[in-house]
Design a protein around this ligand. Structure first.
Ligand code: ADP
Ligand code: ZN
Length: 214
């Protein structure tokens, strides 16, 4: 089973992808994570994309399609969860080609719907564990008082350089301009399913589970 998680920045795609990986042995393919990894390991490509990412704009289709292509060559396990990819119609076309070359299909596109004001609040108060990636929020899920990650005990927490109001404005605009047309595209292909991303995490999780089991 291969699915796409679609939604604006902060909609909860990464959180749900982590749950699906654990529960269904699926593989999360997050282009955002891949690009951040390229940056922190100092590759040429990482250097090229750094400023673009910090501004909140999209990296070129060519770069992200290349990253995804590489990952699809590995083990498929319970299937792929595309998180943050595709973000443009050109990327959606490329994905279709890559999957069909492998004899695979796209089973569902799940849109996590969240209104803009909630996104801003989620993102500007977000921190993640530097070791395991667990996501914290200053108000709703603060970093434990002992300074240790509740999942792995890690003591380093990170805030993303693009998790500020200025970059977020650009990220949202990019989403509405370039990514939201994918909703119509996948609706026409009868793949689109909508989930209320403002519901509690376990409710969202159950809604996605029901879609995948249907
Ligand atoms: P979010 O969904 O929270 O905005 P991501 O971690 O998915 O964040 O992406 C962070 C940044 O990485 C994006 O703002 C963009 O610059 C770049 N990026 C990630 N995926 C893509 C993609 N598929 N196409 C173009 N740029 C991407
Ligand atoms: Zn942790």
């Amino acid at each position: 089973m291969n699915i796409i998680l679609l939604g604006p920045p902060g909609a909860g795609k990464g959180t749900q992808a982590r749950i699906l990986m654990e529960q269904r042995d699926m593989i999360q393919l997050s282009t955002g994570d891949m690009l951040r990894e390229a940056r922190s390991s100092g590759t040429e490509m990482g250097k090229v994309v750094a400023d673009v990412m910090d501004s909140g704009a999209l990296v070129t289709d060519e770069i992200v399609i290349g990253l995804i292509r590489e990952k699809l060559e590995g083990d498929k396990k319970g299937g792929f969860i595309f998180d943050g990819f595709p973000r443009t119609l050109a990327q959606a076309d490329a994905l279709e080609g890559l999957l069909s070359d492998m004899g695979e299909t796209l089973d569902a596109v799940i849109e996590l719907r969240v209104r803009d004001e909630a996104l801003v609040d989620r993102i500007v108060h977000r921190a993640t564990c530097g070791n395991c990636g667990e996501v914290y929020h200053d108000k709703t899920k603060p970093i434990p008082a002992d300074g240790k990650c509740s999942v792995c005990g890690g003591t380093e927490f990170k805030r993303r350089a693009d998790d500020n109001e200025e970059s977020l404005k650009t990220r949202l605009m990019e989403y509405y301009k370039k990514t939201s047309p994918l909703l119509g595209y996948y609706h026409a292909k009868k793949k689109l399913q909508r989930v209320d991303g403002l519901a509690e995490m376990h409710v969202v999780k159950a809604a996605i589970g029901a879609i995948l089991d249907a």
